[in-house]
Design a protein around this ligand. Structure first.
Ligand SMILES: Cc1ncc(COP(=O)(O)O)c(C=O)c1O
Length: 380
């Protein structure tokens, strides 16, 4: 890391360097584990919008809610960040083949970024993933392997393959680099808030990497004097059908007992989360928590976000929004707090879950039929 080599870091100079950088996560390259300039043929991950969500806040009885919309990445999830960093490092180390074990979004990102970089790729997924995620992976010309088993089975298999092949598995042998990519979410939030730290972050947890690295991003910038304050209160969000971290938090332990996932939030369906204990510790240390929500609450979360902000998120974002709503309802959030919900993926990837959640008025092509069937259609 370039900044680490500097003994006397000038915060003003660092801010200037960042602001002069590209509109992508590479503006933070001084804070990322690369030894050379980032490759030129990468998809531009990061620098996604941070939007103030006043109507959502109003519905929840809160003053200030922001949405960090990471669906606005090249393959429509935050996984573009982690893949961009892991792939850049893999290239530095001379790997020719990129690979991953994925719950869906990582598959999309690895296949696309490998195509952009001209590298060969192997993507292993559970065979029961959403069709949209499978199609949006295969299209990039990767070797797509659908494993009959859940994510934890896929991950075990990939660990075995990584022992046999000189491949860069972004979330296995490249994991230390991969996980650093998620810090850039925190950097962007701080920069977009005018070099300030929000009071609270609500973010989803699968392996726990994103959740813990977002906090690490804030910690680093506080230490460097780029922002003032303390690490936000960290609230993690899981689906009730796969909630080993929420369960450990509720039981007051940091041992996350593995579970067999059964939830519509397939992107979060990791039953044996690698960073689970660190996520529990972080939530406790910052006065936050880890909550879980049912599949119906996830659907309601997707609808709530869509109807109040115009942002259509996938099931993981439904989990995050539903947990935010739960915290607000429970009175855990002080109404004066500035809260940021990290929306990590795109609704078009999990279309099936919103089927039958709204009414369509099917009519004949006549004005009479329109007036007869559609609420509010009768002219005043
Ligand atoms: C959309 C989405 N959000 C959040 C996560 C959670 O990521 P992590 O494994 O870093 O906890 C994932 C992981 O696959 C994901 O696909």
């Amino acid at each position: 890391m370039a900044y680490a080599a500097t003994t006397d870091v000038d915060a003003e100079e660092l801010r200037r360097r960042i602001q002069a950088g590209p509109h992508s996560l590479w503006r933070y390259r001084d804070f990322l584990p690369l030894t050379q300039a980032p490759p030129r043929d990468t998809l531009p991950a990061g620098w996604t919008p941070l939007l103030r969500a006043d109507r959502l806040a109003e519905r929840l009885g809160l003053r200030e809610v922001w949405i960090k919309n990471d669906a606005a990445n090249p393959t429509h999830s935050f996984k573009d960040r982690v893949v961009a960093v892991a792939l850049a490092r893999a290239k530095e180390l001379g790997f020719q083949t990129i690979a991953c074990a994925s719950t869906g979004n990582l598959a999309n990102a690895v296949a696309a970024h490998a195509a952009a970089a001209g590298l060969d790729s192997y993507v292993l997924i559970p065979s029961n993933l959403e069709e949209q995620k499978i199609l949006a992976t295969g299209v990039y010309g990767t070797h797509l392997v659908a494993v009959r088993g859940n994510y934890d089975d896929v991950n075990r298999l990939c660990t075995e393959i990584a022992g046999e092949h000189e491949w860069a598995f972004v979330n296995i042998n490249m994991r230390p680099y991969y996980s650093e990519g998620s810090k850039t979410i925190a950097y962007e939030i701080a920069e977009q808030l005018g070099w300030a730290i929000p009071d609270r972050i609500v973010a989803p947890i699968a392996s726990g990497s994103l959740f813990t690295k977002v906090a690490k991003g804030f910690e680093e910038w506080i230490e460097l004097g780029l922002v003032n304050g303390t690490v936000p209160t960290m609230n993690g969000a899981q689906a009730a059908g796969c909630s080993p971290v929420a369960t450990a938090f509720a039981e007051g332990t940091d041992i996350c007992r593995p579970v067999k996932p059964d939830t519509i939030a397939k992107s979060l369906a990791i039953g044996n989360p690698a960073d689970g204990p660190y996520a529990v510790e972080l939530a406790r240390r910052t006065g936050g928590g880890v909550d879980s929500v049912t599949d119906d609450e996830i659907r309601a979360g997707i609808k709530l976000l869509a109807e109040t902000t115009g942002i259509f998120t996938e099931t993981a974002g439904g989990v995050t929004t539903a947990v935010l709503a739960k915290l607000a309802e429970r009175g855990d959030i002080d109404p004066g707090e500035r809260v940021v919900a990290v929306i990590t993926g795109e609704g078009l990837k999990t279309l099936d879950v919103v089927r039958d959640t709204f009414e369509t008025y099917e009519i004949d092509a006549t004005y009479e039929a329109f007036e007869a069937k559609v609420p509010g259609a009768v002219a005043a």
